[in-house]
Design a protein around this ligand. Sequence first.
Ligand code: E4P
Ligand code: PEP
Length: 331
Amino acid sequence: MVIVMKAKATRQTINKITKRLEDMSITVHETIGSNYSILGLIGDTTMLSKEQLESYDDVEKVIRVQHPFKLANRLFHPEDTVVKVGDTTVGGDTVTVMAGPCSVETEEQVIQIAMDVKEAGATILRGGAFKPRSSPYSFQGLGEEGLKLLKKAKEATGLPIVSEAICLDTIELVAEYADIIQIGARNMQNFALLKKAGLTKKPILLKRGLSATIEEWLMAAEYIMAGGNKDVILCERGIRTYETYTRNTLDLSAVPVIKEISHLPIIVDPSHATGKWKMVSPLSKGALAVGADGLMIEVHNDPINALCDGGQSLKPSKFKKLMEELGIYMN
Ligand SMILES: O=C[C@H](O)[C@H](O)COP(=O)(O)O
Ligand SMILES: C=C(OP(=O)(O)O)C(=O)O
């Protein structure tokens, strides 16, 4: 971090700021110029507030050199994190596909889809039991019954499962059944939920918030990791922009950015990003082309009658075709 002091800054203020920082074990290197004085800070500046330092009258501006996240930062953890999920992994050299219905609806539905996606090459089954819906009148998910059905689908196929926890009251229940706990876009900055996720022993799939910057997203990951849970998988699922043709705007540039500044695995969800099943295939290809570690794709055997997100769900046959095109399903 660099603090640029105004030309009129007094020695007394510079000393006051320096003392405050040194008390926090930060070394301050001072460079006196004719117009400005510069304070170069060496040490752990993650807990410093840029805005707070800028509120000193004599401070011109503060420039952050280091990212505010530590545990998620590639600087302190150069090698890629590979998250183990049952017999499969997310991150490293493999491409992992998580697929399944938006919501668990019936036993036949989830088991049939689980078998179909497994046959096509998916290695993790997705399915929502607790649904974060925009409207209180929309289908809210089957709750624990949905988790039990996911367990049956896992027993039938061997696929580990990922399912969303939407609140503090149910995260432990989800953790009992799911192999990966999903924290959805709408809860990305639910700090109490993130802290609780940090205490669980299950990997966490952390979706990017509706309007979150990459830094805010990584700070959310930092919350989970700071609690002791280092198994975080990031999921880019589109962000809000002025564009309305698609449900959200898929930010594929987030993938190489995350790869550069973080060691955490990142997958892409083209279903929620676009809201349109026809766009899932091209964007899945794009996601892998830019280096994503995997995909999360919604698949439904009867999209027209799906209780949630049918318009963005692929039929099993279309999913299989996509997996062939991606080179994941081999005849
Ligand atoms: O699947 C996740 C959400 O619950 C889903 O996208 C529903 O969004 P909506 O409630 O706005 O339809
Ligand atoms: C709710 C979901 O997605 P998102 O949080 O990305 O909207 C989901 O994957 O079921």
